[in-house]
Design a protein around this ligand. Structure first.
Ligand code: FE2
Length: 336
């Protein structure tokens, strides 16, 4: 490389930040100059304003460029475009093919959740996420028959598990609470929202760390406080009553208490303290996580996930366990 090129490269490197290539999929024209890192240098791949050829994006992904780079000052332009898309699809959700709208909206919601993780105090990003979730919830609540299809389509979108897990666990939660027949639609909506946002406190450590198998002791400590951090981030900013903030605060308490203090506290004690809904949020979270792969482990079988759930809530709550087993048996028509 010539001296001038080296200087240009290092100057560029200082101003570039990585983004996921997923943020460019579905865009007509690029709101920013997009660079790839190849042969030890940054190469301009898509010019600002240029038409984005989806084939080029596919080729980049195939070549291992799932991360691309944009200049820091142009990053916000990209976020603005994607957030506007989410706003438009949320506003016009009832027009056209709702199932297709749900698929598109889920993709945009997951991108927006990434933006929220990057800046959890941003009210506009949080409000947009919340409003969109409510519209999506209304569709999902009325259309259980599409849940399995939506689940599989969503997995194919390939979002990072940190941004996919909130939806997957909350989708299961809707189904289970519906068949429990004791909750109103509004109750289920609030629990869906609480469940979706319960892990926003995980934004306290950088995303890359979630790809590691082992976290440092300090990161583990931060992570163990994520339910309280989530409450701190959300309180006063989304319209949930204190009961639902308690669901967020205690969303790991049940399985953790059972594991660590199983002999000291009975399941019924736990249940009385934190409520059945919180237990269901916890259980849907465990199942959704176990049956999905992570960068450091393979997915486990639904059978193994249910076996763990049985150890957690059965035999004291055989009827609730039956509801869960029946739900998942009916949910997956195709074996995982
Ligand atoms: Fe959590």
């Amino acid at each position: 490389m010539k001296t001038l090129d080296i200087l240009r490269q290092s100057h560029l490197a200082l101003h570039l930040i990585p983004i996921t290539i997923r943020e460019l999929i579905g865009l007509g024209h690029s709101p920013a100059n997009v660079y790839i890192f190849e042969n030890d240098q940054y190469i301009l791949s898509i010019k600002k304003g240029a038409f984005i050829d989806q084939k080029v994006l596919k080729e980049h992904i195939e070549k291992g460029h799932s991360s691309v780079f944009v200049k820091e000052e142009e990053r916000q332009d990209l976020i603005d475009v994607q957030q506007e898309h989410l706003r438009v699809i949320t506003r016009s959700f009832s027009m056209g093919d709702s199932k297709e709208n749900a698929r598109k909206q889920l993709n945009l919601l997951s991108l927006n959740l990434r933006y929220l993780f990057e800046e959890p105090t941003n009210d506009e990003t949080l409000n947009l996420q919340h409003q969109s979730l409510k519209i999506l919830f209304n569709f999902l609540y009325k259309n259980s028959k599409y849940h399995e299809e939506i689940y599989h389509q969503y997995i194919k979108q390939g979002h990072h598990y940190i941004f996919a897990q909130p939806f997957l666990s909350s989708l299961f939660l809707i189904g289970i609470l519906k068949i429990a027949h004791v909750y109103s639609q509004k109750d289920v909506e609030n629990l869906f929202i609480a469940s979706y946002f319960k892990d926003i406190g995980m934004s306290a450590i950088p995303l890359e760390k979630y790809d590691q198998e082992e976290l440092s002791i300090k990161d583990k400590q931060i992570l163990s406080k994520h339910p309280e951090t989530s409450v701190r981030i959300l309180k006063g900013r989304i319209p949930l009553t204190p009961n639902y903030f308690d669901v967020i605060k205690y969303h790991h308490s049940f399985s953790l208490l059972k594991r660590d203090l199983g002999t000291q506290l009975s399941v019924s004690d736990n249940m009385r303290i934190i409520g059945f809904e919180t237990v269901m949020v916890n259980i849907c979270d465990i199942i959704a996580a176990m049956i999905s792969p992570r960068p450091y482990r393979e997915a486990e079988s639904l059978y193994d996930a249910l076996k763990l759930v049985r150890d957690i809530i059965s035999p004291e709550y055989p009827n609730e366990f039956k509801i869960i087993v029946n739900y998942f048996r009916n949910f997956f028509t195709v074996e995982l």
